[in-house]
Design a protein around this ligand. Structure first.
Ligand code: HEM
Length: 531
């Protein structure tokens, strides 16, 4: 199934618009009166005259500033911050929110006061879809520490990442063959779905030794389809429901998201519990174990709980598996699709990437992950794409654990905080020609800047203790696949299209993918390397 036919919309804020038009002014007023009578939770309002609170736009009754977010909140918030400044207060329904939009203030939040801003707000998605048991949405505390440590020490350490190198190369090659085959004799192939499938396959292999697309060890098509479908469903629902912002209306589920989340949550539970139960049965019948995968590690942590560790329930195991597959697949595939779109818009840059590959690797052997450090121009192209098209433009929402000060303003405890990485990475006071695609900047004036989280003007993976847990793996997936694609394929646009016609509109949801799928003609460039 390709993305064009999957009918996904990434418009989490759309229901807010639907809601506003659904309720007539009279109904809104009535609800407002009921809320006044029942009492809005006072602790959630920023109106405290003794504090120096950040400036922000005035809000409407009940919805506050929700209506200002639009379909692309990162873009709307960028425009608002140009008016209200780099630390801006909003009220989203009844949730106090602060949006941080400069490198300096992001540094205050993500480095200087990381300990105060490293929690996440509770959301209906986390509660209903993953039983408040996962890693991504875990508040700061034991559950987060245990799951994060399991990931960093047992999954994304360089030794384990290296162990799966062959697997990554195989799944990338499977994808290359598929797109060349599909493109033969056709005027364009939609790449996005193939890239996502490749990422799923890498991750399921890494997490529980099942390959969902490819040859050896692969799961049934039905199982693969089920998994892809569930993740697409949750992506389409988006990260936040109306009830997250207006808790007094949660029971009514006016945008229908809670019901949808419950349905997909039940499917997740059944699917991943089967994976866990199957593995438990296999473990009982195996006397010695070698090459443990991540599920084995989690089950063994559950059984032999190390000192000071939060005990792991099946629900935690399901939660972290769902997190890793969903956070890892769409982000990497969407980033890669953006890179290819930029390259199609800039054919001279695409040619330079291929020339570099020919020079560094040649055409006699396939490019290998160990070549990547030498592919400096290709890496600059990836960075420049992440700067202009961050797939997590507002990172993932944070929440202050106690009162703090940022940019000279008071931020009360329990405030939701968005870091607008999109605005920061296009800030004209930091970046020369910020809207131009100029990979060379990362080889010259900005060569010292990387996405490690130490440079707060460039935040594709976030920063601080909640930084992406798998940025090394994410980069390998993007750079490794891009190198293979550029070495083995030639790309062109469907008949009648020129580079100016490549649509660069964004969409917004759990990630910020392209609004329109990228359609390209793919031809083999080095056929002797592919068989
Ligand atoms: C291009 C690829 C990727 C990008 C751009 C990306 C970006 C991000 C960002 C911006 C965050 C939030 C950071 C913050 O709040 O400061 C994040 C968190 C996270 N990412 Fe990634 N990511 C990528 C790939 C991956 C992969 C491959 C995985 C796993 C297989 C993954 C798993 C996670 C998890 C579990 C978190 C939550 C960490 C926590 O809350 O402690 N990501 N990612």
């Amino acid at each position: 199934m390709d993305r064009s036919s999957s009918n996904i919309s990434f418009e989490p804020w759309l229901p807010v618009g639907q809601f506003i038009s659904m309720c007539s002014t009279v109904t809104a007023l009535l609800v407002g009166i009921i809320m006044l009578v029942c009492g809005v939770p006072r602790s959630r309002t920023l109106r405290n005259w003794r504090l120096k609170l950040p400036p922000g736009p005035p809000g409407l009754p009940l919805i506050g500033n929700l209506h200002l977010l639009g379909k692309l909140p990162h873009q709307s918030l960028t425009r608002l911050s140009q008016r209200y400044g780099p630390v801006m207060a909003l009220r989203l329904g009844s949730v106090n929110t602060v949006v941080v939009s400069s490198a300096e203030t992001a540094k205050e939040v993500l480095r200087t006061q990381d300990h105060l801003f490293a929690s996440r707000p509770l959301t209906i998605t986390a509660e209903v879809a993953v039983d408040n048991s996962d890693l991504i949405w875990a508040p700061l505390g034991e559950r987060w520490e245990t799951l994060r440590k399991a990931c960093t020490s047992q999954l994304f350490n360089p030794k384990v990442v290296d162990r799966y190198k062959k697997n990554r190369a195989e799944t990338a090659m499977t994808m290359v063959k598929t797109i060349i085959e599909e493109s033969a004799g056709q005027n364009g192939t939609i790449l996005g779905r193939k890239l996502v499938d490749q990422m799923y396959s890498n991750l399921t292999q890494l997490l529980f030794s099942k390959r969902y697309h490819g040859n050896a060890g692969h799961a049934s098509d039905n199982e693969a389809g089920q998994l892809v479908h569930m993740i697409q469903e949750i992506m389409a629902i988006g990260p936040l429901a109306l009830g997250d912002f207006i808790p007094v209306l949660r029971k009514l589920d006016l945008d229908g998201k809670e019901a949808q989340l419950r349905a997909v949550g039940a499917k997740f539970k059944e699917f991943f519990q089967t994976v866990i139960d199957e593995r438990r049965r296999q473990r009982l019948s195996v006397a010695t174990e070698s090459n443990l995968d991540f599920l084995d590690v989690l089950l063994s942590l559950q059984k032999h709980r190390p000192h000071n560790h939060h005990g792991l329930s099946d629900s935690n195991i399901r939660g972290v598996l769902i997190d890793l597959i969903s956070a890892g697949s769409e982000t990497s595939a969407n980033s890669l699709e953006w890179v290819l779109a930029e390259l199609m818009r800039h054919p001279e840059i695409l040619r330079k990437v291929q020339e570099e590959l020919d020079l560094v690797v040649g055409k006699e052997r396939l490019v290998d992950e160990s070549d990547i450090p030498q592919l400096k121009y290709l890496r600059a192209v990836v960075k420049e794409t992440q700067r202009l098209h961050p797939v997590s433009p507002l990172l993932i929402a944070r929440e202050s654990v106690s009162a703090a000060r940022v940019g000279g303003y008071d931020i009360p405890s329990k405030t939701q905080v968005f870091i607008n990485a999109y605005a920061i990475m296009r800030d004209p006071s930091v970046w020369e020609n910020p809207l131009k695609f100029l990979p060379e900047r990362f080889l010259t004036t900005c060569s010292h800047i990387d996405g490690s989280g130490h440079h707060h003007q460039f935040l594709p993976f976030g920063s601080g203790r909640r930084k992406c847990v798998a940025s090394n793996m994410g980069l390998l997936l993007i750079e490794g696949t891009l190198a293979l694609l550029m070495q083995t394929c030639d790309f062109s646009l469907p008949d009648g299209m020129t580079s100016e016609d490549v649509n660069m509109e964004e969409s917004f949801g759990h990630t910020a993918p392209r609004a329109k799928p990228l359609e390209l003609i793919v031809r083999s460039r080095t056929p002797w390397l592919i068989d």
